[in-house]
Ligand binder design. Structure first.
Ligand SMILES: *Cc1c(COP(=O)(O)O)cnc(C)c1O
Length: 344
């Protein structure tokens, strides 16, 4: 059986980073690298992004941030509420932390005191998503605790941040008002955060008025468009999933990829790019996928399951839309058995 390959283009990644940074203008880019750089691999992506001028990297969890740390001299940020052991490891490695609850703030301050290392902290205000974050009624106390610890040299309040629902412009506008109020309150109390960050890919791109001085962008930097949205101008999906024909028989083409590789089995009916043009997937089994044939189909032919569209294939987001999901989930589901191959 053949092995499927995720072919990843370094030059497409650099071009997307350039396009995102041009679009962001004054707002600085924090490149989001959660889920192993959205399935593409932190190991090459951090140095590549750094050589393209990116100097701020973000991951959800601290273990991923610790993998990023030795690959860059830039700043590294992790926002998941984490265990004491992880917090100590983060402080030792100069990883900045997102903090959105009183308990976690107390943990971070205590760890900084134990280790004698000042922690860079980004305070999260809950602007309506209710996914972690200090509620507005808890904000005053969060500010007082943080600034008291800052005066003792235990933490530095580096940033204020929140996450938008991106469900409607009205809700995002309301979230921004809550956000601005929280920043104002911190500044009134004597805080001077270096960065303010509210937007991820879609809002940072389409709603410049919502951007703070920093933008946390993941999907668009890898060319992954939003579900239900257009491909942003100048961005290209940086990877294509290629499978090889293992057999042709009974009017069906058998591909060496299946649900065991992370391809959702309910994607039957999707069109993929073949040497004979777009063809439909008939069925996805564990270790194989059956396709409609094309004239002259033979063993060894390469088929593009998704990609930037050059071979008649659809993009990862189009596959995700079939199953009510988002493009990055198609990528991050791919198992390690899918070989990652870097091209220029
Ligand atoms: C995933 C994530 C991002 C990046 O979102 P994209 O839509 O991929 O740009 C930004 N901020 C937070 C908190 C996230 O979890």
């Amino acid at each position: 059986m053949s092995t499927p390959v995720l072919e990843i283009s370094r030059s497409a990644f650099r071009a997307d980073l350039d396009a995102v940074r041009a679009r962001l203008g004054e707002s600085r880019l924090l490149l989001v690298m959660k889920d192993d750089a959205y399935g593409h691999g932190i190991g090459w992506a951090v140095p590549e992004a750094e050589s393209a001028g990116v100097d701020w990297f973000g991951s959800y969890d601290i273990p991923s941030a610790l993998r990023i740390r030795p690959l860059t001299t830039g700043r590294v940020y992790a926002w998941a509420t984490s265990s004491t052991d992880e917090v100590e490891a983060a402080l030792n490695a100069d990883v900045e932390l997102g903090v959105g609850s009183a308990d976690y703030l107390a943990d971070v301050i205590a760890a900084a005191e134990r280790l004698g290392i000042g922690a860079g902290v980004h305070l999260k205000i809950d602007t309506g998503l209710h996914r972690n974050g200090f509620r507005p009624e808890q904000w005053r106390e969060a500010i007082e605790t943080s600034l008291a610890a800052q005066r003792r040299g235990l933490i530095r309040v580096v940033g204020v941040w929140s996450h938008l629902a991106e469900a409607s412009d009205e809700e995002d506008d309301a979230a921004q008002r809550v956000f601005r109020g929280a920043v104002h309150e911190l500044e009134q109390a004597g805080g001077a955060p270096e960065v303010l960050h509210l937007t991820a890919s879609a809002a940072a791109w389409w709603r410049p008025e919502l951007r703070g001085t920093l933008s946390r962008v993941g999907a668009f930097c890898y060319g992954i468009r939003s579900a239900g949205g257009p491909q942003p101008d100048g961005l290209t999906l940086i990877s294509r999933l290629i499978a090889t024909v293992d057999a042709v028989d009974d009017g069906e083409v058998r591909l060496g990829i299946g649900s065991f590789h992370g391809l959702p089995s309910i994607l039957s009916g999707v069109e993929v790019g073949t040497p004979g043009g777009p063809r439909r997937i008939i069925r996805i089994d564990g270790d194989r996928t059956l396709l409609e044939p094309w004239p002259g189909a033979r063993k060894g032919d390469r088929v593009t399951v998704f990609g930037p569209g050059r071979d008649g294939e659809q993009d990862a987001t189009a596959l995700a839309e079939r199953i009510g999901s988002v493009g990055e989930e198609i990528l991050t589901r791919l198992t390690p058995e899918v070989r990652r191959v870097l091209i220029d």
